[in-house]
Design a protein around this ligand. Structure first.
Ligand code: AMP
Ligand code: GLY
Length: 418
C-alpha cells in the first residue's frame, strides 16, 4: 500500500512515524518532507500547496491514500481535487475546511448553533471597526478572518492598541487579504486546552488533550510562534469537563456542519479556554495541531492507518482509541531569533545520543551527505514519555541538552504550567 503525506514539518514527521508502525507496512512518501522524514519516507520535491502537481504525482504513482496535513492545501481544496481523480484522501473537503480558513464563518456557525464562544462582531469596513472599538469593552481581541500562520490574532489591552490593531490588519494589510474582514471579540481568561478529534461526520473520537506553548520565551513571554512545545494530557481537562465539551462543543459542531451541508471528515482541532463560566471555544483548526500531534500521537496506541481508513469509509464507530497512561512532553528546539529573523544551515549534532524511547521529530532540517542541517525556524521536537509529567519533562530536557546547533533556543518551562 502506497501512502503520500502532504507537508514537511514536525507534525508530518510524527504522522509518518506512526504510519511506519502500521502492521500493514505501507510504502511511505512525503511532499515536500524534510531531512528527518527522508529517513522513513521517500521525499518528493512538490510544495504542499501545489495542488496540480500533487494530484498528478499521486495519480502517476498510484497512491492508495493521500493524507493532507497542513491548513493551506485543505483550505484550497486539495482533498476535493484528489477525490475528483478517484484518489482516496484523508482530510476535510474545502467546504468543511472553512471552519479554519474563515474565522468569520466559524464564529457565525458557533453563534447559530449555540456553541459557547466569546461574544464578537464581524467587520469588513475599517471605519465601522474603528468606530466600534471606540466604545467596546477593553481588553478585546482583533482577529484577521483568514489564514495567517497563527499570527493574525492581536490581544489589545488598551483602546489605542485596539485602534492600532484594526489599522494594521484592515488598512495596512499586515496579514494580506486575510485581514479584509476582521472578527473583534471579547477577551476571555483561563487555561487553554487543545482537543483533537477524529470524525467521519457521524462519530466523534476525541484524542487525549494537550497544551501548547505559543510564546517564544519562558513564562509565556516574547512573541507568538507556531508553538514551542506541548504536553499531553492536560490535568485541568478533567473527565467532567471533557464530557461537557463533547456535549456542548464537539458534537454540536459535527451536527452543525452536517446541517449546513458541509460534512467534516478528518481531524477537528478545538482550541478551548476553560473560563470561570465554563469551557469556551476559541477556534477551530481543520487538521492535527503542530506540535500537539507530536505529544498526542506519541501516546496513541492505535494503528493510525486503520483510523484514517475508518474515517474515509465512515465506520469510525468500530474503533476505540487507546493512549499510553502517564504523560508525554514535546520540547521544540528552534533557530536563534525565531520567530523573527534567524539563520539557516547550522549543522546539528548529538541526534544519535538520544536515549531509547525518546523520539526527535524533525521540523526544519535537511540531510546532506549524512549530516543534518537546520533549514527553518522550528527545527526539532524532542518528545519523551513518563509515568507523570515531571518524569516526562525530565527525560525530554535531558535529551534536549544532548543536541546542539549554533544559536539553538528552546523554552525551559514546557510541562511546568499545570
Ligand atoms: P487563535 O488563533 O484563535 O487560537 O488565537 C491564538 C491565541 O490567542 C489563542 O491560543 C489564545 O491564547 C489567544 N486568544 C484568542 N482568542 C482569545 C480571546 N477571545 N480571549 C483571550 N485570548 C484569546
Ligand atoms: N499548535 C497550534 C496549531 O497547530 O495551530
Amino acid at each position: 500500500m502506497k501512502i503520500l503525506v502532504v507537508g514537511g514539518g514536525g507534525r508530518e514527521h510524527t504522522i509518518l512515524w506512526k504510519l511506519a508502525q502500521s502492521p500493514k507496512k505501507p510504502e511511505l512518501y512525503c511532499a515536500p518532507g524534510n531531512g528527518g522524514i527522508s529517513q522513513i519516507a521517500a521525499c518528493v520535491d512538490i510544495a504542499a500547496t501545489d495542488i496540480e502537481k500533487m494530484v498528478a504525482f499521486a495519480k502517476r504513482e498510484k497512491m492508495d491514500l493521500v493524507v493532507v496535513a497542513p491548513d493551506d492545501p485543505l483550505a484550497m481544496g486539495m482533498v476535493d481535487a484528489l477525490e475528483a481523480e478517484g484518489i482516496r484522501a484523508f482530510g476535510p473537503r474545502k467546504n468543511a475546511a472553512i471552519i479554519e480558513a474563515s474565522k468569520a464563518f466559524s464564529k457565525e456557525l458557533m453563534k447559530k448553533y449555540h456553541i459557547p464562544t466569546a461574544e464578537y462582531e464581524t467587520f469588513s469596513d475599517a471605519e465601522k471597526a474603528l468606530e466600534y472599538v471606540k466604545t467596546a469593552k477593553i481588553p478585546l481581541v482583533v482577529k484577521a478572518d483568514g489564514l495567517a500562520l497563527g499570527k493574525g490574532v492581536l490581544i489589545c489591552k488598551t483602546r489605542q492598541e485596539a485602534e492600532q490593531a484594526v489599522r494594521q490588519v484592515m488598512l495596512e494589510k499586515a496579514f494580506g487579504a486575510a485581514g479584509n474582514t476582521v472578527v473583534i471579540e471579547e477577551f476571555l481568561e483561563g487555561p487553554e486546552v487543545s482537543v483533537l478529534t477524529f470524525t467521519d461526520s457521524h462519530t466523534i473520537l476525541p484524542m487525549a488533550s494537550a497544551q501548547d506553548h505559543k510564546r517564544a520565551r519562558d513564562n509565556d513571554e516574547g512573541l507568538n510562534t507556531g508553538g514551542m512545545g506541548t504536553f499531553s494530557p492536560t490535568p485541568k481537562y478533567t473527565p467532567d469537563i471533557q464530557q461537557q465539551v463533547e456535549r456542548e462543543i464537539i458534537l454540536p459542531t459535527v451536527d452543525a456542519l452536517n446541517a449546513e451541508g458541509r460534512p467534516f471528515k478528518g481531524v477537528i482541532f478545538f482550541g478551548l479556554m476553560l473560563t470561570k463560566d465554563g469551557p469556551k471555544l476559541l477556534e477551530y483548526n481543520a487538521r492535527f495541531g503542530d506540535p500537539e500531534a507530536q505529544s498526542v500521537l506519541f501516546r496513541m496506541k492505535n494503528d493510525l492507518l486503520e483510523i484514517f481508513e475508518a474515517v474515509i469509509e465512515e465506520r469510525l464507530s468500530e474503533i476505540a482509541l487507546e493512549f499510553e497512561p502517564g504523560a508525554a512532553v514535546c520540547v521544540v528546539m528552534a533557530s536563534g531569533g525565531y520567530p523573527e529573523h534567524y539563520e539557516k544551515g547550522k549543522e546539528i549534532s548529538g541526534l544519535n545520543e538520544v536515549s531509547d524511547g525518546v523520539v526527535v521529530f524533525h521540523a526544519g532540517t535537511k540531510l546532506e551527505n549524512g549530516k543534518f542541517y537546520t533549514s527553518g525556524g522550528r527545527v526539532l521536537g524532542v518528545v519523551a514519555k513518563g509515568a507523570d509529567m515531571q518524569e516526562a519533562r525530565k527525560t525530554a530536557y535531558e535529551n534536549v541538552r544532548k543536541i546542539h546547533f549554533e544559536g539553538a533556543q528552546y523554552r525551559k518551562d514546557i510541562g511546568i504550567k499545570k
